[in-house]
Design a protein around this ligand. Structure first.
Ligand code: PLP
Length: 260
């Protein structure tokens, strides 16, 4: 199941998640948090869904269809986050209670358009990160969440420790925006061991939806029964291939293309 925003351009958000789930042979259930008005140039409008409707989508689907794993993406506002966290508690999602939860702490689009209200970051940290089996911040998100500016391997380890200390079982600090590196160095940490995942950086302007696609592939692999390190390994290879076959679209940034 994905709990996320809709992207009218079809590149990111629930559209990216559903594409990846389907390619992994999974049925995708959806709780929409917001409808975004966006194309390849950016986001020009956001209509949040009422929090009770977000919770109702979860309550409708989980007992009837069942879920193998859940991921969250764009959560839009503090009241929506509160409703999702309460409903995760009610339905035993995350928190090590059975259904694995991947939290992608989406704050803004690649164009810098906000996808989370300014006053909602604290709520995201307080309510969603402690529920997460894996939380997947990029470098901008990790700076907002922990205050740590990741510039090298040592600060990336500090950031992973800080994210874990906020209550996540695993922290995946994505280094894809570490422009100093020829690799895309991601770091996974469970409080005990650091696992480095280094694949070559794919230099393409067509990387819209890369973060969503990685989190969706990770969620899908967990639904298939992979352990977290194997699921992260799989997801990173998946998004790297998606970036290698990304295609131009519109006048801006095209989407990653996991159809490989
Ligand atoms: N739009 C929606 C609905 C999203 O969920 C996301 C990412 O989570 C984005 C846009 C941002 O994608 P990108 O950072 O590739 O612009």
């Amino acid at each position: 199941m994905t709990i996320a925003g809709s992207d009218s351009g079809g590149g990111a958000g629930i559209q990216a998640d559903m594409r990846t789930f389907a390619l992994l042979g999974l049925h995708a259930c959806v709780a929409v948090t917001a409808v975004t008005v966006q194309n390849t140039l950016g986001v020009t409008g956001i209509a949040p869904i009422p929090p009770e409707t977000v919770a109702a989508q979860m309550r409708s689907v989980v007992p009837d269809i069942g879920v193998g794993a859940v991921k969250t993406g764009m959560l839009a506002s503090a009241p929506i986050i509160e409703a999702i966290a309460d409903t995760c508690d009610e339905l035993d999602i995350g928190g090590g209670r059975g259904v694995a939860l991947v939290v992608d702490p989406v704050c803004a689009s690649m164009h810098g358009d906000p996808l989370l209200a300014d006053d909602a970051l604290d709520t995201l940290v307080r309510r969603m990160i402690p529920l997460a089996d894996v939380v997947t911040p990029n470098l901008d998100e990790v700076r907002l969440i922990t205050g740590i500016d990741v510039v090298d391997a040592a600060t990336q380890r500090d950031a992973a420790r800080a994210v874990r200390d906020l209550g996540a079982r695993w922290a995946l600090v994505k280094g894809g925006h570490l422009r100093s590196s020829e690799l895309s160095p991601d770091l996974l940490f469970d409080g005990d061991q650091f696992i480095s995942l280094d694949l070559p950086r794919v230099d393409t302007p067509h990387d819209h939806g890369a973060g969503d696609t990685l989190a969706a592939a990770l969620c899908g692999a967990l639904a298939h029964g992979y352990e977290v390190p194997d699921a992260v390994d799989f997801a990173k290879a998946w998004v790297t291939k998606g970036l290698q076959s990304a295609y131009p679209l519109g006048a801006g940034h095209g989407p990653v293309n996991p159809l490989w």
